[in-house]
Design a protein around this ligand. Sequence first.
Ligand SMILES: Cc1ncc(COP(=O)(O)O)c(C=O)c1O
Length: 394
Amino acid sequence: METRAGDPGAFAQFDLTRVPSPAFVVDAAKVRANLAVLRHIGDASGARVLAALKAFSMWSLGSTVAGALDGVCASGLYEARLGREEYGGEVATYCAAYKAEDLPEICRLSDHLIFNSPGQHARFRPLLEAARMAGERFDVGLRINPLHSEGEVPKYDPAAPCSRLGFPIDQLRPEHMDGVDGIHMHVLCEQDFPPLARTWAAVEPLLAPFFGQLKWINFGGGHHVTRADYQVDDLIAFLKGVREATGCDVMIEPGEAVALDAGILIGEVLDLFDNGMNIGITDISATCHMPDVIEAPYRPAMLGEEADGTPTRLGGPSCLAGDVIGDYRLPGGAAVGPKIGQRFAFLDQAHYSMVKTNTFNGVPLPSIWLWDSESDELQLVREFGYEDFKTRLS
Ligand SMILES: Cc1ncc(COP(=O)(O)O)c(C=O)c1O
């Protein structure tokens, strides 16, 4: 899979030795610039824009995100709580299936509670009634599966055959909509505007009978709106058009777009040897620090990678044979080759890498730094040690 980002932006000027390795460095100025694009979309279209915490939940930037957007979308109890505690605005919670014991708190934390199936909604209605009787105010949404695929990779296509995500729209009956205030759909991944327009064209006739009862329609995430060539004006016109045609409020919940090209992951070469090709062991692990490299899979872009020369296969310190990030020509001149102790950085690592890190093999977690490329201020946000590893185990 090719990732459609990787612009170094201001990181081209960042001295990689300013922080210990490994480290995530997030550029607050780039996050602000992304948020400004998203705010513009909200203002110009009248849509509400919620930041998807699953992609980027660096909560030290919570007030910055909340100050620009309308709130957050959460994947369950913990993210809903983080949204309330550290962000602000509205909280839309969707989970593929809720547990009864979590629901009272989720009802308390959420403005919009979105179910994946009419079955779960029906089963939990007494709990929802009890929460409302206790004074909680929230509305209910249903995630539909548009049964219209736009994704190239089935793993990232919630509308792929036999998907568990969203209620198949061809099964939707009026009785399923009883007590439902909003419709949610999420089928895109790093996509341009036309796939959204095609998805809406596929589902609109099937949803039209319910427009009168719906308060809102939520178009999920996957809109790559902060990429320079995204069709922002088309999205604005679309969201406005849907609001006018349906009489519903409209929401989007971008995640990746909030932090696109806003962070790097810095590592260091620990050892080099030859085994049929140049091998480099680094303190960055694909499996622990960038699991999407293996899961997607994809090849992250390297800051300043040379165009020519012999590549080195970079991998982490873990025991996993497949803990390989990829084959790279490290910066420093094609003729020189990589050196032990050399620093390097992978681009576009703020979203989906930081939230997925783990300590398999006891590999240390990267520290987290906030840099402001406008002021050059650099601040340590969090570092991790042995206790963080130990306290996740027993
Ligand atoms: C329901 C839902 N909303 C929003 C998002 C955010 O998507 P993205 O980060 O691609 O914008 C996702 C991502 O998986 C999602 O599943």
